[in-house]
Write a protein that binds this ligand. Structure first.
Ligand code: ZN
Ligand code: ZN
Length: 337
């Protein structure tokens, strides 16, 4: 990406093994993320371009001398944050704070919207899986959006005893619905305006859909919940109005889990939140930690999170993929290298 709206597919040199813990992964599927649309709207022009993409599924092509857990030919999920797998944060399941990599460093790796990737810290990061091509779309969601939706539902405390609201009908919001359902929630209110998306949300477990926004949306959710609001609010947008919406519909003593990348630095967390004992949680999702738990449902066909991909394009048409998502003509675009 060179500037807002300027995406180009170029030829770049193939990556090579640089460190003994690296693996080279030939990607079989990748995709465009809702969060890729933020720079698509507002990035500072960069004449050298920025390599994009962070959701990967691929086949290991070559490994460095120290790599022990994967071999050439293995199908692997590549979580969007690299992690060592052995430091204290990784062992605690917060790989995004890994002391060797995590969000502190991409360790020189290039983006996922490519044919081949150098994956540093392969032993800690890559997750080997055995599955046929019919599962590729769902497996790809484990590299980000499904794990991110699950992180929202888990940190928000979704359970059979809670009423849940999900703000946002993008891929993460819809998979937050699916995750809240998995955790036992029976009443799930999805806030979104795109009917084809909210229809999929209903199939994932939403019991109510609220299309209104702002004060009207707050009013509608309060009416659905006897005036009190929801115990759990999952915010999967990242813009300030969505956070304000969350504060408006959360029940006293409830929890707001934010997983949309915040596009704001200031917001209302003052007296009202204090007086009402509202917990604000969520954050960037350590998706590597959730693969063990979410993979079996995909492999046995109980869940099909890959349905969030409604358009598939060859990698060479990545620019069109961004444009379709920007115009809301596609929910999530899968790219086939
Ligand atoms: Zn993403
Ligand atoms: Zn680590």
């Amino acid at each position: 990406m060179y500037a807002p709206g300027d995406v180009r597919v170029i030829d770049a040199p193939d990556p090579r093994i640089e460190e003994p813990g690296d693996a080279l992964v030939r990607l079989v599927r990748t995709c465009v993320c809702g969060s890729d649309l933020h720079p698509f709207h507002s990035m500072k022009p960069n004449p050298r371009g920025v390599s994009m993409g962070h959701e990967y599924l691929g086949i290991v092509e070559e490994v460095g001398a120290d790599v022990a857990t994967v071999r050439p030919g293995d199908l692997v999920i590549v979580p969007f944050v690299f992690s060592c797998g052995v430091c204290d944060f990784c062992r605690e399941g917060l790989q995004t704070s890994c002391r060797l990599a995590g969000l502190r460093s991409r360790r020189g790796s290039e983006g996922a919207q490519a044919e081949i990737l150098r994956a540093p810290l392969a032993d800690g990061t890559l997750y080997k899986v055995e599955a046929g091509e019919e599962r590729y779309a769902s497996l790809l969601t484990l590299s980000d959006v499904y794990g991110t939706g699950f992180h929202a539902a888990l940190t928000g405390g979704a359970s059979a005893e809670t009423t849940v609201a999900v703000i946002g009908d993008g891929a993460v919001g819809l998979l937050a619905v699916l995750s809240a359902r998995l955790l036992g929630a029976e009443r799930i209110i999805l806030m979104g305006r795109h009917e084809s998306r909210t229809d999929l949300g209903r199939e994932f477990g939403a019991t109510d859909v609220v299309a209104e926004r702002g004060d009207d949306g707050i009013q509608a959710v309060r009416e659905l919940t006897g005036g009190d609001g929801c115990h759990v609010v999952l915010e999967a947008v990242g813009h300030l109005p969505a956070f304000e919406q969350a504060l408006g519909i959360v029940r006293d003593g409830g929890r707001i889990a934010r997983v949309g990348v915040p596009q704001y630095t200031e917001g209302p967390i003052g007296r009202s939140q204090f007086a009402r004992n509202v917990t604000i949680t969520g954050g960037v999702a350590p998706v590597r930690a959730y693969i063990d738990r979410l993979l079996p449902g995909i492999l046995d066909g109980t869940v099909d999170p890959g349905r969030v991909f409604d358009v598939e394009l060859p990698l060479s048409e990545a620019a069109e993929g961004y444009a379709l998502m920007d115009r809301r003509e596609a929910l999530k675009v899968m790219l086939r290298p």
